[in-house]
Design a protein around this ligand. Structure first.
Ligand code: SF4
Length: 375
């Protein structure tokens, strides 16, 4: 089984914290959609005939595509890949794009899961982050999608926002749970270099939350969602029983996927390929048959490092038997040796041959994983 990722790099406006590749020039959307269809067709053999189990339209803002552009994409997907085995087809959407008419269009396509970028229900924070929607628009959008029959809805939340108090976060979590969605992704705000937010912090126009506040908000997240019946199946991802994201889980398990579009990555089990992060260069190169990507063959240690970083973030953890079988006993032993201080300090646990992060370890996951990778 395999997955397909389609990058839709268009946003109406840019949020000040975001470092994903996207542009605001709409005039490129038609020609880009054509190039995407061409790439999908030309790379049919990348997945070696593996049936496609998941499709994910991410961005950018896929809900900025028009009805015609979406139909064009899905016609190609169905013609080239059939999608008859696809269990999960997700589209990322911004709340303000989800009008009655647009939701009806989405329902008429094979899309069966929506990932809606809400981020917070605090209107002041939404304004600061330059999101395009209000809290009430977000609530209405989710209700509209549910009413239209979408059962699989995920929402994105962000915490650790400048000046965020425990009371604000508690209210965000309360409102998120009130929506009755099956999946919640919650990410701590990061100050990515080159973003406007990063420069605002340097100019002392915004202040990051303290480490103590971050930990408090993180613990509130885990406790509140666990109390409501959500499983934390990955560091930032929570779901009602069995409602995990098939597509993202496949990434973490190292399942091959085809990524099409500007800045999209692909993985075939042995090599990683990434497309140029420029709509202009990408579309022109696809049209003219010129190269628009780079490929890296992944050596054993690179694949080991990727396995450590992705699997350790999951509740399923990192099996020592798996490490030994796939990467050899030398790397498995190295992993256990590097893990020893963290096992002692109870940031990692080893149970039935599976290494996983404890609650404390989850909060410090970057530091733990940095020490387990091969350098
Ligand atoms: S957060 Fe989403 S909507 Fe905002 S700029 Fe980034 S990709 Fe676009």
């Amino acid at each position: 089984m395999a997955g397909i990722y389609l990058h839709i790099p268009f946003c109406e406006t840019r949020c000040i914290y975001c470092d994903f590749y996207s542009i605001t020039q709409w005039e490129w959307k038609d020609v880009y959609t054509d190039a995407l269809c061409q790439e999908l067709t030309e790379r049919k053999n990348y997945l070696h005939g593996e049936p496609v189990r998941t499709v994910y339209l991410g961005g950018g803002t896929p809900s900025q595509l028009t009805e015609r552009q979406l139909y064009r994409l899905f016609d190609t997907l169905v013609q080239v890949y059939t999608l008859s085995d696809a269990e999960e087809i997700t589209l990322e959407a911004n709340p303000d794009d989800l009008t009655d008419d647009y939701v009806a269009v989405l329902r008429s396509l094979p899309i069966n899961r929506l990932s809606i970028g809400i981020q917070t229900f605090n209107d002041h924070a939404l304004l600061l982050l330059r999101r395009r929607h209000t809290a009430s628009q977000a609530r209405e959008a989710v209700a509209r999608c549910q009413k239209a029959g979408f059962e699989h809805i995920s929402i994105d939340l962000m915490y650790g926002l400048p000046g965020e108090s425990a009371a604000h976060w508690k209210d965000d979590l309360r409102q998120a749970l009130a929506l009755g969605v099956e999946h919640i992704s919650a990410y701590h705000l990061t100050y990515e270099p080159k973003t406007e937010l990063y420069h605002m912090r340097r100019r002392k126009q915004v202040y990051p939350v303290t480490e103590t506040r971050s930990l408090l908000l993180f613990n509130m997240l885990i406790d509140t969602l666990a109390g409501a019946g959500y499983e934390q199946y990955e560091l930032s991802n929570f779901c009602l029983p069995g409602r995990y994201s098939r597509h993202n889980s496949a990434y973490w398990e190292g399942v091959p996927y085809l990524g099409c579009g500007a800045a999209a990555h692909s993985f075939d089990g042995k090599s990683r390929r990434w497309n140029i992060a420029s709509v202009k260069e990408y579309t022109r190169s696809v049209q003219h048959g010129a190269p628009y990507y780079e490929v890296e063959t992944l050596d054993l240690t690179t694949r080991y490092n990727e396995a450590v970083i992705t699997r350790l973030r999951t509740r399923a953890g990192l099996s020592v038997d798996y490490l030994t079988a796939v990467y050899g006993s030398r790397l498995a032993q190295y992993c256990l040796q590097q893990a020893a201080p963290y096992l002692k300090s109870q940031k990692l646990q080893l149970s039935n041959g599976v290494l996983s992060l404890t609650r404390e370890g989850l909060f410090l996951s970057d530091a733990v994983m940095r020490d387990l990778v091969w350098v």
